[in-house]
Design a protein around this ligand. Structure first.
Ligand SMILES: Nc1ncnc2c1ncn2[C@@H]1O[C@H](COP(=O)(O)OP(=O)(O)OP(=O)(O)O)[C@@H](O)[C@H]1O
Ligand SMILES: [Mg+2]
Length: 445
């Protein structure tokens, strides 16, 4: 049950007025019944609470504005705030009613105020303009009827009390929502990471293939080098050629490892870094293309416009390409067509780069097209797909304020990504790819 805060302060330099208001608020049998009837009408929705109404107000009086302000400060500090103040407009020689109200509200901004005035020295508009909190102010013209005072006291002390209740409820709700959002964010981050790991797992076969071949080349060339140096007058030039071959092949492995690392890295700090589109496409292809090649699928990639850099989290964008390529691969696996291909087209349109990923697979039936972006929607057998690829893709592209959609006008399956092109290329210091690779190769050897 809510207990109404019945602490009231009356601020008036005229003792008669202070007395008159106090008297009106005093408990009187007859008057109480009348006012209780009124309250029952006003607050009939919460019978439980109206039962707690009585007219026993706790009244403080002050002759001057500054004295009232000190009373309000003391009451607030003692955690026994006033819910209502009756304030006179003119209180010579001290500060006037408007100044008193301003100061009260700096200490206790939720205090309800009845401003009592007999003069028209300030217009209603002036008063509302001067005070920051007009919704907590009522102007009462003198002389007043005691019943008005009673009504105002009953109504405004109740309003104050429910205001406190509501603010508490809102604070509690906000705390619950904050906690829930933190939980959802953590869960989302975990799901993204799981999806990445699942995608990576799927790629592992292709990667093993991709690394196995160059490894075989390195082993073969190292054996050849051993054989060459075992001859007394070995040919320096042939050895140099073999060493070059080993270095080149090691570079290739290093590149694959770099690409894998950029996919698994769980770091969003790069979101505003400019990245070369060419490099991101290459990273993706380094991971995926072997799988396509060994299954007889052609990958045809347009030359990436060299000047295109995108301000993005490269991990997310590479993950987007991988998701789309993996989907195309799965679709092409189910296709009976002789010719299987995947194409990537680029076009710069009005400061944006449009990337189209098209496959010659069986397409997406009309009735599924609306569903494919929903999280966990998959047509793949249990265990084969999580149904998160496209929903993640869509939210990653949204994170970058881009557009992602299925181009329904294309006769093949065609997903389109649109991203803003980063304009200040001249300010970017290009990473020295070869140096990075060389260091990687050296540390691997
Ligand atoms: N290129 C495509 N051709 C045909 N159907 C596709 C293609 N890309 C997506 N789909 C359809 O959209 C569905 C949802 O794709 P999404 O990538 O979200 O999940 P998934 O591939 O099933 O699972 P995963 O979470 O492993 O990616 C797929 O199950 C498939 O039915
Ligand atoms: Mg997928």
């Amino acid at each position: 049950m809510v207990t109404i805060n019945k602490r009231i302060i009356i601020v008036d330099d005229n003792e008669d007025v202070r007395h008159e208001i106090s008297l009106a608020l005093r408990h009187e049998e007859g008057a109480t019944n009348k006012i209780t009837d009124l309250e029952n009408i006003l607050f009939s929705e919460s019978k439980e609470n109206t039962a707690s109404f009585d007219q026993s107000y706790e009244i403080t009086t002050a002759e001057q504005g500054l004295e009232a302000v000190e009373c309000v400060r003391a009451a607030t500090e003692a955690k026994k705030p006033y819910s209502l103040a009756f304030v006179d407009m003119r209180m010579p020689p001290g500060i006037d009613g408007l100044e008193t109200i301003k100061r009260i509200w700096t200490i206790a901004p939720y205090t309800e105020i009845v401003l009592c005035t007999a003069f028209s020295d300030h217009s209603f508009e002036d008063i509302m303009y001067t005070l920051d909190n007009p919704q907590r102010l009522i102007i009462l013209k003198k002389p007043f009827d005691p019943l008005e005072i009673k009504q105002l006291a009953a109504s405004l002390t109740t309003k104050w009390t429910y205001g406190v209740e509501n603010r508490l409820n809102v604070e509690q709700l906000e705390a619950i929502i904050k906690e829930r959002n933190q939980f959802l964010d953590a869960e989302r981050a975990m799901r993204i990471q799981n999806a990445k790991m699942a995608a990576l797992g799927e790629m592992a076969g292709g990667i093993a293939h991709e690394i196995n071949n160059p490894l075989a080349i390195i082993c073969g060339n190292a054996s050849r080098m051993k054989r060459l140096v075992s001859h007394e007058n070995f040919d320096k030039q042939s050895i140099d050629g073999v060493a070059d071959k080993i270095l080149q092949t090691s570079h290739r492995i290093s590149k694959i490892i770099q690409s894998m690392l950029s996919v698994v890295r769980q770091d969003n700090s790069n979101i505003h870094q400019p990245h070369s589109l060419q490099k991101m496409i290459n990273d993706c292809l380094a991971i995926c293309q072997e799988k396509f090649r060994t299954h007889g699928i052609d990958i045809l990639v347009d030359p990436v416009p060299e000047s295109v850099w995108v301000e993005c989290d490269d991990t997310q964008i590479i993950q987007v390409f991988i998701n789309l390529l993996n989907n195309a691969f799965d679709a092409l696996q189910t296709s009976d067509e002789e010719e299987k291909w995947l194409k990537i087209h680029f076009a710069i349109i009005g400061g944006k780069i449009e990337i189209r990923i098209i496959d010659s697979g069986p397409g997406i039936p009309d009735h599924l097209q609306e569903k494919i972006l929903q999280p966990f929607f998959t047509t793949k057998p249990v265990g084969a797909g999580t149904g998160l690829g496209l929903s993640l893709t869509s939210s990653f592209i949204q994170n970058h304020k881009g557009r992602f959609y299925l181009d329904k006008t294309n006769s093949n399956t065609c997903f389109v990504i649109e991203l803003d092109v980063f304009q200040q290329k001249s300010k970017i210091s290009l990473p020295n790819d070869d140096l990075a690779l060389k260091r990687n190769v050296e540390s691997t050897l």
